[in-house]
Design a protein around this ligand. Sequence first.
Ligand code: URA
Length: 498
Amino acid sequence: MAGFMQPIAVAGFDDWRAAARELIVRRVPPESVQWTAPGGGGDLFGAVAGPAPAPGAADQPAASVNQGAACVAAASVSAAPALPAPRVPRELMDLLQRAACYRADDRWAFLYKILWRWQQGQREVMSMADEDGSRLHGMARAVRREEHDMHAYLRFRERPAGEGEPRFVAWFEPAHDVLPQVARHFAERMGRTTWLIATPDATVLWDGAALHTTGPLAHGAADIEDEGEALWLTYYRSIFNPARLNPDVMHSHVRSRFWKNMPEGALVPDMVSQAAAGARRVGQASAVGRRSGTTIPIAAEKAQPERQQPHTLDECRRCELWEHATQAVPGEGAKKARIMLVGEQPGDQEDLQGHPFVGPAGTLLDRALAQAGIERSKVYVTNAVKHFKWEPRGKRRLHKTPAQKEILACHYWLEGELEHVAPQVVVALGSTALKAVLEDSHAALKDYMDQPVQHAGRWVVATYHPAYVLRVPGADEKARALAAMVAALRAAAKIAYE
Ligand code: URA
């Protein structure tokens, strides 16, 4: 096989898919293929391609489909009979397509390895517990995040547009190859308003009807003029409320690499230091109070099409746990429940399904609730930490106890839930939950068992975590732990309903 190993040039996902399909049919294993980008570089924008072609796109056609196919033919001489064309589930194809936008030198080789393993019947290759599967999900997640970030932090600046020139321009430095799909996103939302987005690798122009992709601007960011910026800065300065300023949170929401290309970024250090120096004002700046909305020449929603709020749980980056979790798992249940149950963090099943306590611990919890005469639909169930923290053990993902800094980072969300649900009683299931609920990193379960306490205006009842009941050895000990849980739940119900 080695004698036939020739590089296969791939300019984008469609190229890769065509070549990979051919290779699979010819039974060419991953180690017999060498993938390159046209010209030898790793840059997808050599011939711009991406997961979603822009509407009416005038992108250059992918340059190397034929070249790739020719190489495939050369590389694939094999005595074995050809296989039928692979059938790949939509979910895997979507993952591959998204991961293809992740900048990594070996991306095409890696994606082919995934496809090959799938074709060999190794279904676990799609699982987060599989080493390759975990990397694949991580790549797709990083790309999705980059898309979100580009939607949220790209700033269009209005400029006096000459004939055929775009009205809005923006500069952005994406970490992955997300420009095509982001351009499509803006094209779908900005109607006939013309704009141009420049990046270090490529430039996309929307002429009001079609997208046109070209190479980078000659002088990069310096080519982006800035007529509307002063207006935007005035607006931003006015709505900035130092009384609500928390620089750490601000920086965790908007990572520093974006600040430099956001006009308001230049204002931030000064405003932070003013706030720290005591220039605290309550509510909106007085300048805004005097202004009527119509006197602000650039409406915020125009300057920031579809700005996404970075503080939704899905986009939480307050700690690192999001990186290896499938999704954040929010609390759920009765909106104004009298009882809130707080667990530690989602487990494997919860992480995959996106709901709290739906795995084995959830089954045990349901049993304890039933014995205590409490309907699950009447309570609110959540966790101290909203992302699954785990470590691989063979093909399994083993739960890892969250660190105090993760409990603290996530307290922001628990606090929000406590405020909205306003329960009379909080049942802390296990030690992590207790620490979070009491906001005391030294709180020990044994000191609070069988002894409801008041904290922050509500009752807190502490008991075992259902997982403890499941794993404690010995039938007697298990029965004792379950009985203690049931008793604690009954105590909570008594406080809440009597
Ligand atoms: N363990 C928890 O603490 N919470 C869940 O949601 C599931 C298991």
